[in-house]
Write a protein that binds this ligand. Sequence first.
Ligand SMILES: CC(C)(COP(=O)(O)OP(=O)(O)OC[C@H]1O[C@@H](n2cnc3c(N)ncnc32)[C@H](O)[C@@H]1OP(=O)(O)O)[C@@H](O)C(=O)NCCC(=O)NCCS
Length: 173
Amino acid sequence: MNPPPDFPNNPLSPAVVAGARLRLARVDDCEALAGLAQSAHSHPWSERQYRDSMASGHRVWLLEHEAGEPIACCVVSQLLDEAEILDIAVAPAWRRRGIARALLGQVIQRLVGQTARLLLEVRVSNTPARSLYSALGFVEDGVRRGYYPTAVGGREDAVLMSLDLHQMPQPPA
Ligand SMILES: CC(C)(COP(=O)(O)OP(=O)(O)OC[C@H]1O[C@@H](n2cnc3c(N)ncnc32)[C@H](O)[C@@H]1OP(=O)(O)O)[C@@H](O)C(=O)NCCC(=O)NCCS
């Protein structure tokens, strides 16, 4: 697989996903993004939410198979020198192959040099995601009590995490 032109040094090697392509999503991808979210999240974003997110200037990265199947996505907002991961999802059939790690690695690489901190919130019960973020160097900054709704009508805490991008190596010029 050749790296897509907008992603130099793409670590999504054939060993990770043969024939996959990473690109910025468009409005006509929102239905597929909502389908991916439906398969991945307990409280998925709707097609409309992805469209609104794009309209408000968020970057929506989409990893798709050459056959057009969406494999993973990551939504990032930027405010001054801070960025926030608003959504990341890998389709269930594609998990535990290093895809989220590689995708976030690419997102981080794009932010280094122009962004001081990358922020996110994650459900306290979401062990896979918390392990992923810790493995990438994110630290836990605090807890937002009862932030998320649960599937059974209750509330669940959010863990606030951040990554200091000053610590990250600069991408090659
Ligand atoms: C969290 C998620 C994005 C991980 O995607 P993935 O492609 O399977 O993750 P990777 O294969 O890149 O794993 C990277 C690291 O994350 C951690 N991890 C991933 N899945 C894990 C699991 N089920 N249990 C424990 N740790 C896990 C591990 O540290 C792993 O490193 P390792 O393989 O060396 O042990 C995926 O499970 C997902 O889409 N979940 C539903 C959506 C979601 O919860 N998004 C996060 C919202 S904040």
